[in-house]
Design a protein around this ligand. Structure first.
Ligand SMILES: C[S@@+](CC[C@H](N)C(=O)[O-])C[C@H]1O[C@@H](n2cnc3c(N)ncnc32)[C@H](O)[C@@H]1O
Ligand SMILES: COc1ccc(-c2cc(=O)c3c(O)c(O)c(O)cc3o2)cc1
Length: 347
């Protein structure tokens, strides 16, 4: 056996453990979030010793040492010198994304995706591949995600808080990557806008816009009031409130092609046929460029299998098909610093 093959096999013997125990980093980061460790470190002017951290957490040092040792190895936290003889724990750019209330926090999305309700359907993936399950989520919980969220207030909050994390990141990438997308738009309806986080950020950045946050009645009924944003309840399959432009972020990826066409037709009916547009913020998979978020798009494609009935992340060709079928004459795609791209479709 050549030394090259021996080396490849040795590397595989190491690599396989990332799949055998790949859930460990998520579980330990979830533990750190629940203990509030990123928030404690964020509020420390200097690196904090194990003893001081254990004291703040009122926990023994030994288990905490092992958790922090693991998270330093995974570069979630770092150790920095406190004196010539001692070191302490401090933040990294990654752990700053795990504080509970930071503007860029992704903590609530990690708590959502690692929640048992969201993890359980993953165990039905092989049955789905064999065609024995329509939807892992429905096969596991007896109803789809919206039905589950509507009847389980605790999961509804978990879902809204988690989705709001990703909305902040998505809107930030849109505004930083393509601010001109909102030029000339006076009224904007966010279809499936959730608790209104997206429109709150958009009208803050673009105060000339009047926002209409459109989602299911039980969702908008608990959406916080926001200046410049009107909450409207209804279904995107029935009617979309009229506006200069429609905004669809993380919506179409959750639905089959025929549902997307139905949604897009309702959106097209809601905008001026000569000057209106539909702004879609969603992943484009199968892109030619090897961009940094490629893996995220592929992971979210499998999230759509686990958590939706027929959702999927779409290729450029698949996007073209649904826009054409829905009666749009042209569309543009702009890649932004996010796992999503910015797609503008015109009637
Ligand atoms: C993944 S969330 C996206 C929320 C938000 N656009 C974002 O990017 O964070 C999907 C949203 O679609 C909403 N939704 C589901 N079915 C809907 C329907 N028939 N009409 C309007 N909204 C719907 C859900 O309530 C949820 O808020
Ligand atoms: C029944 O129709 C649907 C069910 C679920 C979803 C859905 C959309 C998402 O965007 C989404 C998500 O971003 C996510 O991280 C997740 O874990 C589930 C999920 O589900 C859409 C339509």
């Amino acid at each position: 056996m050549s030394s090259q093959i021996k080396d490849q096999e040795a590397a595989a013997q190491e690599e396989i453990w990332k799949f055998i125990l790949g859930f460990t980093p998520t579980a330990v980061v979830k533990c750190a979030i629940e203990l509030g460790i990123p928030d404690i470190l964020e509020n420390c002017e200097f690196p904090i010793t194990l003893a001081d951290l254990a004291s703040k957490l009122k926990c023994p040092e030994s288990p905490l040492y092992r958790i922090m040792r693991f998270l330093i190895h995974y570069k979630v936290f770092q150790e920095k010198p406190i004196s010539e003889t001692s070191v302490g724990y401090s933040q990294t750019p990654l752990s700053r994304l795990l504080t509970r209330n930071g503007n860029n926090s992704m903590a609530d999305l990690l708590l959502l995706e690692s929640n048992q309700i969201m993890l359980a359907p993953w165990h039905k993936l092989s049955a789905w591949v064999l065609g024995n399950e329509d939807s892992p989520f429905e096969a596991t919980h007896g109803k789809d995600l919206w039905g589950f969220v509507a009847t389980n207030p605790s999961h509804s909050k978990l879902y809204n808080d988690g989705t709001a994390c990703d909305a902040r990141a998505g809107v930030r990438a849109v505004i930083e990557g393509c601010p001109e997308v909102f030029q000339g738009v006076r009224t904007l309806v966010d279809v499936g806008g959730g608790d209104g986080t997206t429109l709150r950020l958009i009208v803050e950045a673009c105060p000339w816009i009047k926002g209409i946050n459109f989602d299911l009645p039980h969702v908008v009924s608990v959406a916080p009031a926001c200046v410049g944003v009107e909450h409207v309840g209804g279904s995107m399959f029935d009617r979309v409130p009229k506006a200069d432009a429609v905004y669809l972020m993380k919506i179409l990826h959750g639905w089959a092609d025929e549902d997307c066409v139905a949604i897009l037709k309702k959106c097209r009916e809601a905008i001026p046929q000569d000057t209106g547009k539909v702004i879609v913020v969603d992943a484009v998979v199968g892109r030619e460029d090897d961009h940094e978020f490629k893996g995220v798009g592929l992971m979210l494609d499998l999230v759509m299998i686990a958590h939706t009935s027929n959702g999927k992340q779409r290729t450029t060709k698949e996007w073209s098909n649904v826009f054409h079928e829905a009666g749009f004459t042209r569309y543009t795609i702009k890649h932004i610093r996010a796992y999503q791209s910015l797609i503008e479709a015109y009637p």
